[in-house]
Design a protein around this ligand. Structure first.
Ligand code: UGA
Length: 436
């Protein structure tokens, strides 16, 4: 099928690459000219396992192309995905200006019947508003073709995006148009053949499924983080608690890993956005509200643990991305923890991250007493304490004795619990984890 994707951020790019790999003809549109040039040359602007290989393969096969030309993209596609960013406003609401601009731009170039698919995470009720906007634009522009709207939220995770897209737990299609659902079912026939659940519903339900799923996962993480705090006070071990809880099929072990709090471009934004939407309908989502507060507290609790143990000195920071296998630092707990400690003006920071240093240098560009290192051992050299904030695999194989010998102090804050406490203590370091 001929499709175009408006927006080449995480979701847009990965979805485009995977659809191209399924044999569709894909045109990706973005207003960022340098990004388009980079992509057409086969260079992936984001760090995502397998993305560059897929990009090069599908450019070579002429199944995907990248352009700034919205007109050519729309005119040459039957299905148009909107996958632009919906960033958070100061009050927690989602900012839909790029999203609506994309819809208006698409309308101008409608030259046959089309299906507009919404992949961006947008507040509940947006698809209905899009329907009205498209109808009025088509009348204004005197265009006599049908443009149907489908809500098709995406559930892929950064760092595993391609695998998640190829092996989805479910596909959600929300629309009142039979024609549009048929077009999407045809596009997703690969999944139908492999018996992946395809759920067809109305657009409000589809939009709610996306927010409710992210809010529930954020709640699960926050729940175990609170239990971790309790374990620290009672002497229980949260890892054993989580493992045993997870063995109950009704609970499942997934998303029960305690840590410094959830981050990234989705959970923090989407939890606030669903609360905002609910407020407009006079509904108090008190659980999600307290999850948001508790997650902020979890990040502060990490900084307080450091302040209580190390009153001043040099801190080796291992990992600043919001999770491993990504260079994304948006809403990363590492930023809040460093910021809180930096405000004390008593610490120097020696930072290492396997992929996120370029992003980190941009974020911390005006900070002093902060240096960047080529590997974990260099960052740890002469430090008073080590803070493991992101659980990159390469940190799991660090030689604890070597760390102890090269550092000045003796404290290891393992906020992701990647090391067994006993191993660290056997090597003469003080171990401070999360709930262990
Ligand atoms: C999340 C969802 O998992 C995806 O299904 C969804 O498509 C995506 O948001 C989105 O809405 O676009 P993502 O933000 O890429 O994906 O990352 P996750 O793997 O969900 O992790 C989010 C945060 O939770 C990270 O900071 C991670 O370290 C933290 N986390 C996760 C924990 O602290 N403990 C866990 O057990 C799991």
């Amino acid at each position: 099928m001929k499709i175009s994707i408006i927006g080449t951020g995480y979701v847009g790019l990965i979805v485009g690459l995977c659809f191209a790999d399924f044999g569709n003809d894909v045109i990706c549109v973005d207003s960022d000219k340098s990004k388009i040039k980079l992509l057409n040359e086969g260079n992936c602007p984001l760090y995502e396992m397998g993305a560059e290989e897929l990009l090069r393969k599908n450019l070579y096969n002429k199944k995907i192309s990248f352009t700034n030309d919205m007109k050519a993209a729309v005119e040459n596609s039957e299905i148009i995905f909107i996958a632009v960013g919906t960033p958070e406003e100061d009050d927690g609401d989602a900012n839909l200006s790029s999203f609506y601009k994309a819809i208006i731009d698409v309308c101008q170039y409608v030259n046959s019947n089309k299906v507009v698919v919404n992949k961006s995470t947008v507040p509940i009720g947006t698809a209905k508003a899009v329907r009205k906007l498209i109808d009025s634009e088509l009348i204004r522009l005197k265009i006599d073709y049908k443009v149907d709207v489908v809500s098709n939220p995406e559930f892929l995770r950064e760092g595993r995006a391609i695998n998640d897209f190829l092996n989805p737990d479910r596909i959600i299609l929300g629309s009142d148009s039979k024609r549009a659902i048929e077009a999407l079912m045809n596009l997703y026939k690969v999944y139908k053949r492999s018996n992946k659940p395809i759920i067809i519903t109305d657009s409000e339900t589809a939009e709610t499924i996306k927010y409710a799923s992210n809010a529930f996962l954020a709640t699960k993480i926050t729940f175990i983080n609170e239990i971790a705090e309790l374990c620290e006070k009672t002497g229980a071990n949260v890892l054993e608690v989580a493992k045993a809880m997870g063995q109950d099929g009704r609970i499942s072990p997934k998303f029960l890993h305690p840590g410094p709090g959830y981050g990234g471009s989705c959970f923090p934004k989407d939890t606030k956005a669903i609360v905002k939407t609910a407020e407009k309908f006079d509904v108090d989502l008190s659980i999600i509200n307290s999850v948001i507060r508790s997650n902020e507290r979890q990040k502060r609790r990490c900084a307080v643990k450091v302040k209580n143990e190390i009153t001043e000195g040099t801190l080796a920071i291992l990992g600043i991305s919001f999770k491993p296998d990504t260079d994304d630092i948006r809403e990363s707990p590492a930023l809040s923890i460093i910021d809180e400690l930096y405000a004390e003006q008593k610490y120097c920071f020696k930072i290492y991250d396997p992929q996120a240093m370029a992003e980190g240098k941009r974020y911390f560009k005006d900070y002093i007493n902060l240096s960047w290192h080529d590997n974990a051992y260099d960052a740890v050299q002469d430090s008073d304490a080590i803070l493991i904030i992101t659980e990159w695999n390469e940190f799991r194989s660090l030689d604890i004795e070597k760390l102890r010998l090269s550092m000045r102090g003796k404290t290891l804050f393992d906020f992701r619990n990647i090391f067994p406490k006993d191993d660290v203590e056997k090597n003469g370091l003080l171990y401070i984890g999360t709930g262990v």
